[in-house]
Structures are given as structure tokens and as C-alpha cells.
Design a protein around this ligand. Structure first.
Ligand code: SF4
Ligand code: SF4
Length: 132
């Protein structure tokens, strides 16, 4: 009888749970959404890989690849805090669900190019030495 009451209640009351994705999910300032990677800023320093508590990040320096396993990532934001080069951030928007056949793994090609140091002008240097 108790169960019948509960079932009948479902027909007259609004659902307790949200109806995402039919209705957009509510976002708050502190919502933890997903990690965003900028391949043009990553120097392959590997700090994010070493410090990720759930081993969700892999950096392959030789192949210039940065990989995140979305099923492992707990969106703690530590990698974004530690990345000194601004290559990582946490977007409060939810990312689309990862399909099991894709295994939730996203791989990016690192496109960062180390800026060249400005070359010293030998003539100018000679002139300075002569003056001294
Ligand atoms: S994302 Fe940032 S912390 Fe991670 S390897 Fe690239 S530069 Fe280093
Ligand atoms: S947010 Fe946390 S768990 Fe996710 S990749 Fe970064 S350090 Fe790892």
C-alpha cells in the first residue's frame, strides 16, 4: 500500500530530479564543469601530469600530445592552478557526456612554439667595447 501511494504521488507532483538534458542544467559560480586546454600555450612541462591526483592527464613530449581521460578527471582544478603557462583552465559549463565507445579520452596536439631569443647585434657590441 505504501508503495502504491509513492507511485501515485509521482503522477501528481513535479519530478524530484532535474530533467537535464531536456532542460538546461543550472550553473553556479562554483560549479565545476570541465578542464579546458589551450595547445598553443602548453610548454610540455609535465607538471599537470605529475600532480593530477587521479592520473587523468598524460603528456607525451616526444609526440607533442596532451591527453585527458574524462572518466578519471574529478575536476579538482589542481592542474589549472599549477599550470604556470596559462594552458589550463576550468570552465564551469558542463561538457557533453563522454560516450563509452570513445572511452572519454581527449587528445590534443601541442602547438606551442618557443619564442626565439633576440639575437645580439655584433656590430653594436663591438662599438660598445671600443667606447669602453
Ligand atoms: S598544460 Fe601546463 S602544466 Fe601541463 S604540461 Fe602543459 S604547460 Fe605544463
Ligand atoms: S582537474 Fe584535477 S583530476 Fe582533472 S585533470 Fe586536472 S588535476 Fe587531474
Amino acid at each position: 500500500m505504501k508503495m502504491l501511494k509513492t507511485i501515485l504521488k509521482q503522477f501528481v507532483h513535479k519530478p524530484v530530479t532535474t530533467t537535464f538534458p531536456a532542460e538546461p542544467a543550472k550553473r553556479f559560480d562554483i560549479t565545476r564543469g570541465h578542464v579546458v586546454f589551450d595547445p598553443s600555450k602548453c610548454t610540455s612541462c609535465m607538471i599537470c601530469m605529475k600532480r593530477c591526483p587521479s592520473q587523468a592527464v598524460t603528456v607525451d613530449r616526444a609526440a607533442k600530445l596532451w591527453t585527458i581521460d574524462l572518466f578519471r578527471c574529478v575536476i579538482c582544478g589542481q592542474c589549472a592552478e599549477l599550470c604556470k603557462f596559462g594552458a589550463l583552465s576550468v570552465d564551469p559549463a558542463y561538457s557533453s557526456s563522454a560516450r563509452p565507445d570513445e572511452r572519454g579520452v581527449e587528445t590534443y596536439e601541442i602547438t606551442y612554439v618557443k619564442p626565439e631569443k633576440p639575437k645580439k647585434d655584433p656590430e653594436t657590441e663591438d662599438e660598445v667595447l671600443k667606447r669602453e
